[in-house]
Design a protein around this ligand. Structure first.
Ligand SMILES: N[C@@H](CCC[C@H](N)C(=O)O)C(=O)O
Length: 276
């Protein structure tokens, strides 16, 4: 099978994006892992499939696969790249779209300056919805990892996130503690792990160890989760600039049942044809 693809990124979180509206596409986990391989494939953190909507209220369906081959519920940087992609490919001229994801519908707007704003929906804060094993919802939880207690925020942006606050982002134990928390038994579906340094109530630095990938240059849902966790802990404003290794996102959340809004860039790098 020959497939046309576009290589894209959002702040260095990189994607192989495939038009499954005009091409017949069926990928198994081995094929996703092969395409995501940086040495033997194209290389990406996530592979994104753009499909026709199955819900008449939506414009498209957008599916997300981690580099380990697993299909996941949500991806914020990918959502912005999805918007850029459907415009660049002439799949729509609409600047405001509703898109189906495994986590439910999200709404996207292409801004005049080319940035994309995504209404990611409200965060899910109940432990069962994350999913996270805890007796009741709390702004912080204690998590034991190999005999040591860590304080985390935990919530879902459609996908699960744990957020730790650190003093120094450059010295955060992302590569060592990240995978241990990702696979912690209290997160039955595994979890994305964010390390947040609070610089001011409207500015944080963040590094994310992503489920199914490892540390990435940026994580959109991770940025939303950190902004929500920090706000629930009374430490952040409603509008926060999130500085990730790959660049900045602006996240807004007015609280409780409100949607989280994310604004940032989306970039096309090259196009190609792959043979499977
Ligand atoms: N890079 C993403 C998140 C992708 C999915 C994540 N690794 C998961 O397993 O939930 C983003 O920008 O949000």
């Amino acid at each position: 099978m020959n497939l046309r693809f576009t290589k894209m990124h959002g702040l260095g979180n990189d994607f192989v994006v495939i038009d499954a509206v005009n091409q017949r596409v069926a990928l198994n986990p081995d094929q996703v892992r092969h395409l995501a391989d940086r040495h033997r494939g194209i290389g990406c953190d996530q592979l994104l499939l753009v499909e026709p909507a199955t819900d008449p209220a939506a414009d498209f369906r957008y599916r997300i696969y981690n580099a380990d081959g697993g299909e996941v519920e949500q991806c914020g940087n990918g959502a912005r790249c999805f918007m850029r992609f459907v415009h660049d490919q002439g799949l729509t001229a609409k600047r405001a779209l509703t898109v189906q994801t495994l986590a439910g519908p999200i709404a996207l707007r292409l801004e005049d300056d080319g940035q994309v704003t995504v209404d990611m929906g409200p965060p899910r804060l109940e432990p069962a919805a994350i999913p996270f094993q805890a007796p009741a919802r709390a702004p912080v939880y204690s998590l034991e990892v190999e005999g040591q207690e860590y304080t985390i925020g935990a919530l879902s942006m459609g996908n699960p996130h744990a957020v730790l606050t650190v003093e120094d982002i450059d010295r955060a134990p992302v590569a060592t503690l990240g995978p241990r928390i990702e696979h912690h038994p209290r997160f039955p579906n595994r979890v994305n792990v964010g390390f947040m340094q609070i610089d001011a109530p409207d500015h944080i630095h963040l590094r994310v160890f992503e489920r199914g990938v490892g540390e990435t240059r940026a994580c959109g849902t991770g940025a939303c989760a950190a902004a929500v966790a920090g706000r629930l802990q009374g430490r952040l404003d409603a509008r926060v600039r999130v500085s990730l290794p790959g660049g900045d996102l602006v996240i807004s959340w007015s609280g409780e049942d409100a949607s989280v809004f994310m604004t940032g860039p989306a970039v096309s790098v090259f196009e190609g044809t792959l043979q499977l």
